[in-house]
Design a protein around this ligand. Structure first.
Ligand SMILES: *Cc1c(COP(=O)(O)O)cnc(C)c1O
Length: 349
C-alpha cells in the first residue's frame, strides 16, 4: 500500500511530538505545557458555547479577532485564527511553499517546520545558529527559490530571544516573508507584534497552548498584513476552529489579569530553576520562555532515563553538530523541587 502515497510522503521522516503518557502520577516537564489550569472564565465560556453545538461556528472567528485586536493593539483584519498554532504554520506553508521551493529555518529549533516543508515536497534549508544563539548572515542571504522563513522567537529548545530590531533588519534583507513564531513571547520581555504594521513581510504567530494554559483546547493565531490574511483565509479549512475553542480563546484573551498572574508565577519558578541547575553543575542558558535548556559536562541521556524511572518526564534532545541537552519545562514550585532533588541524587551530590 505504501506505493500509493506521493513520493514526498513516502520519504518523509515523521514529526515526533513529546511523549503524552496517559494517567499516572508523572511530573510532566517535557512539552512546555502550563502547570496551572486556564482562567475559570474560559471554562464558563466553553460550557455556554456547548449549548449551541448544532450550529456551525463563525468561519473566521470574528469575536476572537475583535477582542484580540483590542487587547494586542492590532487591526482585527490582521488576525487569522487557527486550530493551534501548528495549524497556522501549516496554512502559511501551504500558501507560500510549493514543490521544489525552499523553506528556511534555524537549527536547533522547532522540528515541525521540517515536516511541513516535506509534505509540500519542498526543500528545507536548516541554518545553524551561532554558538550564542544569534543568527549568522547565512540566515538573511537570498537563495534561489527561497519562499518562506520560519524563526521561533523565543527559540526552542534554547529559550534565547532575538531583539525586534534584529528581526526587522533580517526581514528587510530577505527576499521572502518571515514568520516569527512567538509561541513563548508572553514569557519574554519583548516581541515583534509592532513590526507587522511596519513591514508586511513580517508575520507573527501566537498560541494559547503555553502562556494561557490551553494546550488541550487547540487555538493559535497569526498576526499579519490584512492583504495576506484575506488570502490565507482561502487556504484554510472552512471551519478550522470549532465553536468551543473560539469561545474559550475569546474568554482567554479577554482575561489578561489571569495571564499576568500566571506569568509572574512561571517567571519566579524559572529564576529558581536556572539558579539551582547551575549549582548542580549544569550550563544553563538564560531563558525567555517557560522552559530551560541545560547541558552538562557528563552525558545527560542517563539523567533523562533516571528521572523518567523516578516519574519525572523532561525532554532529552540531541542535534547533529550541536550535542545534547535537557529541556525542562517550568512546572509548579513543588514539581521543580522534586525534579531538582532527583537530579542532585543522580549526580551523586
Ligand atoms: C508549542 C509550540 C508551537 C505549537 O503550538 P500549538 O498552538 O499547540 O500548536 C509552535 N511553535 C513552537 C516553537 C512551539 O514550541
Amino acid at each position: 500500500m505504501h506505493d500509493f502515497f506521493r513520493p514526498t510522503i513516502q520519504q518523509m521522516t515523521p514529526y515526533a511530538p513529546g511523549e503524552q503518557p496517559g494517567g499516572g502520577k508523572l511530573i510532566k516537564l517535557n512539552t512546555n505545557e502550563n502547570p496551572y489550569p486556564p482562567s475559570p472564565k474560559v471554562v464558563a465560556a466553553i460550557t455556554h458555547a456547548a449549548q449551541r453545538l448544532e450550529r456551525y461556528p463563525d468561519p473566521i472567528g470574528s469575536a476572537f479577532c475583535q477582542r484580540a485586536g483590542e487587547v494586542l493593539g492590532v487591526d482585527p483584519d490582521s488576525i487569522l485564527c487557527g486550530n493551534g498554532s501548528d495549524d497556522i504554520l501549516t496554512i502559511v506553508t501551504r500558501a507560500f511553499v510549493g514543490e521544489g521551493d525552499v523553506l528556511r529555518m534555524p537549527t536547533p529549533s522547532y522540528i515541525l517546520y521540517r515536516t511541513l516543508a516535506q509534505i509540500q515536497g519542498a526543500e528545507v534549508e536548516e541554518v545553524p545558529f551561532a554558538d550564542d544563539f544569534s543568527l549568522t548572515e547565512q540566515f538573511s542571504a537570498p537563495t534561489d527559490r527561497l519562499k518562506l522563513c520560519f524563526l521561533p522567537n523565543p527559540n526552542s529548545p534554547s529559550g534565547t530571544v532575538l531583539k525586534p530590531q534584529e528581526i526587522e533588519q533580517l526581514a528587510d534583507q530577505l527576499p521572502c516573508p518571515l514568520l516569527v513564531d512567538e509561541a513563548y513571547a508572553d514569557f519574554a520581555e519583548f516581541n515583534c507584534l509592532e513590526l507587522v504594521a511596519r513591514n508586511p513581510k513580517i508575520m507573527v504567530s501566537r498560541t494559547l497552548s503555553k502562556s494561557y494554559g490551553l494546550a488541550g483546547l487547540r487555538f493559535g493565531f497569526l498576526v499579519a498584513a490584512p492583504e495576506l490574511i484575506s488570502t490565507l483565509r482561502q487556504v484554510k479549512d472552512s471551519y478550522n476552529c470549532d465553536a468551543l475553542s473560539l469561545a474559550g480563546a475569546t474568554a482567554a484573551i479577554d482575561d489578561q489579569d489571569w495571564l499576568t498572574e500566571n506569568r509572574k508565577k512561571v517567571l519566579a519558578t524559572r529564576a529558581h530553576m536556572v539558579e539551582s541547575l547551575r549549582l548542580l553543575g549544569f550550563s544553563v542558558l538564560d531563558s525567555h520562555a517557560n522552559f530551560v535548556w541545560c547541558t552538562h559536562s557528563q552525558p545527560v541521556q542517563p539523567l533523562y532515563e533516571a528521572l523518567k524511572r523516578d516519574g519525572v518526564l523532561v525532554r532529552y534532545m540531541k542535534y547533529a553538530g550541536w550535542g545534547e541537552g535537557l529541556r525542562i519545562s517550568v512546572g509548579t514550585d513543588s514539581q521543580i523541587d522534586a525534579c531538582l532533588t532527583m537530579l542532585k541524587m543522580h549526580l551523586g551530590m
